[in-house]
Design a protein around this ligand. Structure first.
Ligand SMILES: C[S@@+](CC[C@H](N)C(=O)[O-])C[C@H]1O[C@@H](n2cnc3c(N)ncnc32)[C@H](O)[C@@H]1O
Length: 265
């Protein structure tokens, strides 16, 4: 009975949220649904389904809950193309090293993408040192990130050469990040609302697709917190759908406003 109700709920999710449940593990969907059920005071899938079908706000809330950790390698091609062709080369040329913070790194695809770009760019320069600090508030995703095991779907934006150089194919068509990338990334727990940066003297901060639940004030506080943690001319890279508030224009100047890349003013 319960199974049948869950099946009907999954159908609603696919129809109303346009999310393919097959892309997720069943356990994952159940955990997210159960947390929404708790919030809405519903005790079974059938009652929750009724709410979901009736209320647009609940559909939005469940969509956010299901996609909260969603990420992939080289997410947003234009942004990572620029990081590869201009931004990291600029920093390495000037300093021979780089310190980067991937804030809200989820399961690790973003920091490992930055690591593989930096690794390929500095391979022939043994003196260059690149460290990527990668933080998240969710301990589960950090565990996954440290393991560094991914399915082929999350690697689909990488070239064959990048996959060959930086991953080992393991069982079930999964791929594991090689040790040389793991050595460049330091994962740790950090709450972006704490008001304190996880690292300093940073050349790049990426904080992308993280602030969906933040108020405007909290978003602005975040950008203000990153400012002193960046070096002169450091880069602040936001998500493609995020906006730099007017009141922050004295702190950051656009580097490529379309791709939401800014430099410390
Ligand atoms: C959609 S993922 C973004 C991953 C990656 N930055 C990207 O753009 O692909 C959002 C991540 O932000 C994290 N997050 C949300 N609130 C946070 C907070 N207050 N402090 C740190 N991380 C947070 C979530 O746990 C989640 O893993």
């Amino acid at each position: 009975m319960e199974d049948n109700d869950f099946l009907l709920l999954k159908r609603s999710i696919e129809r109303l949220l346009a999310i393919q449940c097959g892309s997720y593990k069943e356990d994952y969907i159940k955990r997210r649904v159960l947390s929404r059920m708790r919030i809405r005071g519903k005790e079974n899938y059938k009652d929750y389904n009724t709410v979901l079908v009736a209320e647009k706000d609940e559909q939005e809330a469940l969509r956010n809950a299901l996609t909260i950790n969603v990420t992939k390698f080289w997410r947003d091609k234009e942004v990572f193309d620029l990081i590869k062709s201009d931004i990291i080369p600029d920093i390495i040329r000037r300093k021979g090293k780089a310190r980067i913070w991937s804030a809200g790194c989820s399961t690790g695809e973003e920091p490992y993408t930055l690591a593989l770009i930096a690794y390929d760019l500095t391979r022939l320069k043994p003196d260059s040192q690149v460290t990527i600090y990668a933080t998240d508030i969710d301990r589960e995703v950090l565990k996954k990130a440290k393991e560094g095991i991914y399915d082929s779907k999350s690697l689909e934006n990488l070239s064959e050469g990048q996959i060959r150089r930086h991953f080992t194919q393991i069982e079930d068509g999964k791929f594991q990040v090689k040790q040389h990338l793991k050595d460049m990334v330091r994962f740790s727990w950090h709450d972006l609302m704490s008001g304190k940066p996880a690292a300093n003297y940073l050349d790049i901060v990426t904080c992308r697709n993280v602030t969906i639940y933040f108020t405007e004030q909290q978003k602005n506080d975040l950008a203000k917190m990153f400012h002193p943690a960046l070096v002169m001319d450091g880069y602040y890279i936001m998500g493609k759908t995020e906006f730099m508030a007017r009141e922050l224009e004295s702190l950051y100047k656009p580097y490529n406003a379309l791709q939401k890349i800014y430099k410390k003013a």
